[in-house]
Ligand binder design. Structure first.
Ligand code: ZN
Length: 209
């Protein structure tokens, strides 16, 4: 059973009080997004709202979860997104026009990105190749040696994209297959898939640098 009261010092009453835990609807602006949430807070009988660490972190958890859901990106995916390029924190950050300390704080969970940065990270997760857009914008800020290194790393992005499209295709085919087996017709076309594996990388994803 959830506890319904907590002993806390009330600044208004100037003594320890038995404060009530109350549920209420609140509106929060969190990382540039507005959320309506149902939270639990501690209220003294005098009406004063008292700070409670446990209830406060409960509210933060709700907000973070809703935020991740709205953007469509989990905070723990941030490191994976950079790793798919094989780029160092510094190079990755500079390509996006961010400071290195920004990406360090994101990846270590010390700071939650605001929604504009989260949207960029979400784009990179869904479409890894869009990193080229950001790189083009900031390319002049890198010296020749760095550019060479980045070009090498980013040429792998084509493979990531192909892998992703293959997984998507497999999923679609698998679902189609599941549906049609009962009706006696299988639409799972293995040859088509094999052809995709063999030809997609060379034909569709040839880069122009
Ligand atoms: Zn009070």
């Amino acid at each position: 059973m959830l506890e319904s009261t907590r002993t806390k010092y009330c600044d208004n009453c100037r003594c320890d009080v038995e404060a009530k835990i109350v549920e209420r609807n609140s509106t929060y602006t969190f990382k540039g997004e507005t959320f309506e949430i149902n939270e639990r807070v501690l209220i003294c009988s005098c009406g004063e709202e008292l700070y409670d660490e446990v209830l406060d972190s409960e509210t933060m958890k709700i907000l973070t979860r809703m935020y991740e859901e709205r953007i469509g990106l989990s905070l723990k995916d941030i490191k994976t997104i950079r790793n798919q390029y094989g780029l160092s924190m510094e190079l990755f950050a500079r390509i996006l026009g961010w400071s290195k300390s920004t990406i360090v704080r994101y990846e270590t969970g010390k700071y939650i990105p605001d929604s504009s940065h989260m949207t960029i990270l979400k784009r990179l997760k869904d479409h890894p190749e869009v990193i080229d857009e950001y790189y083009k914008l900031n390319k002049h800020k890198f010296n020749e040696k760095e550019q060479e290194k980045i070009n090498k790393k980013l040429s792998n992005t084509d493979e990531i994209k192909v892998e992703k499209s293959l997984v998507d295709t497999l999923n679609v085919n698998y679902k189609l297959n599941e549906k049609t087996i009962e009706s006696g017709y299988s639409s799972f076309n293995l040859n088509k898939l094999i052809n995709m594996v063999l030809f997609l990388p060379k034909r569709v994803f040839k880069k122009t640098n």
